[in-house]
Design a protein around this ligand. Structure first.
Ligand code: GLV
Length: 321
């Protein structure tokens, strides 16, 4: 008999085919994530769970599923999962690093360029019929080439963004909880304190995991350290930025612009005050969203799931058991 698994959202076909070859799968085939109580009930008799970052995977869920052998997240970040609780119960947790690095870095770069050159405002301007003549001072933005980029979190994605910045002849400062000598050697990035990175950069791009240390790392105090012309880009996790403080800073001109692919909360309500600001770009958490990348992520998640069901180490396991 194939092991029973629960899948919290539809997967690309190649990944789904691979999954149902090996598993007896039940799918939550809805647009919105399963409510927590529903998820608990559905997982109760399953050996495997393939979930998304929109699902809260907590100790209660694990306790309600005594046969659970593996939790496989279809994302690289896993702050929605209580990994310590999984480890305490001997349950491996999988994620999908690597395959989304370039797509995410490309998107961070797209946000950086869009904010620097005010692309969404320019699109709105034309759509609103305001393009009546060529103007010397219309929609002036910030220079990118040759400027200084601050990378907060020099992991895989931070390094991939730094690679892109080298093509723009940028000086690259970085802060990370751990110094990255290999990246310094390969990319010429310069290690600084967080404060120095924030104060010295024209663009600050965030690539940290969400942890107790990084939650609200960007707040009123740290925003005030930045240049008044600074642009902040966030493709990591929304709560790394204190959204109220960001709103105040953008409104008061403490910094000039922000471009966010992630927010707190997600989704951001359509009447959220940040959406009233023309100097804030908000996207709906799509940085890894290319067809190829999302397919690879789903395949990787399926392979982690199957390995866990077989009692093998997951190809990409978060916790050591
Ligand atoms: C997306 O945010 C991911 O963590 O993969």
């Amino acid at each position: 008999m194939k092991p029973k698994v629960y899948v919290t959202r539809r997967l690309p076909k190649v990944a789904w085919d691979e999954l149902i070859e090996a598993c007896d799968a039940e799918l939550w085939d809805e647009e919105f994530p399963p409510p927590h109580e529903e998820l608990l009930a559905r997982v109760a008799d399953k050996e495997g769970l393939l979930c998304l970052l929109t699902d809260r995977i907590d100790a209660d869920l694990m306790d309600s599923a005594p046969n659970l052998k593996v939790i496989s997240q279809c994302a690289v970040g896993f702050d929605n999962i209580d990994v310590a609780a999984a480890t305490a119960r001997g349950v491996p947790v999988g994620h999908t690093p690597g395959v989304l690095t370039d797509a995410t870095a490309d998107f961070a770069w797209a946000l950086l360029m869009s904010a620097a050159r005010r692309v969404p405002e320019a699109v709105d301007y034309v759509r609103a019929g305001k393009w009546n003549t060529w103007g010397l001072t219309v929609l002036l933005g910030q220079r990118v080439y040759g400027m200084t980029l601050g990378v907060v979190g020099m992991g895989r994605i931070g390094q991939a963004v730094a690679e892109r910045a080298r093509g723009f002849n940028m000086r690259i400062l970085y802060y990370d909880a751990f110094r990255q000598p290999e990246a310094e050697e390969r990319l010429g990035v310069e290690y600084r304190s967080l404060e120095e990175v924030l104060a010295g950069s024209d663009f600050v791009t965030l690539h940290v995991n969400l942890t107790d240390e990084t939650r609200h790392m960007i707040n009123a105090r740290t925003l005030a350290m930045m240049k008044p012309t600074a642009i902040v880009i966030n493709t990591s996790r929304g709560p790394v930025i204190d959204m109220d403080a960001l709103y105040d800073a953008l409104k008061a001109g403490v910094i000039v612009y922000a471009a966010l692919d992630v927010t707190d909360p997600e989704p951001l309500p359509a009447d959220h005050k940040l959406l009233t600001l023309s100097n804030c770009i908000i996207n709906p958490h799509i940085a890894s969203g290319t067809i190829a990348t999302r397919t690879l992520m789903a395949q990787m998640a399926v392979r982690n799931l199957i390995a866990g069901l077989r009692g093998e180490a997951l190809p990409n396991q978060v916790n050591s058991l």
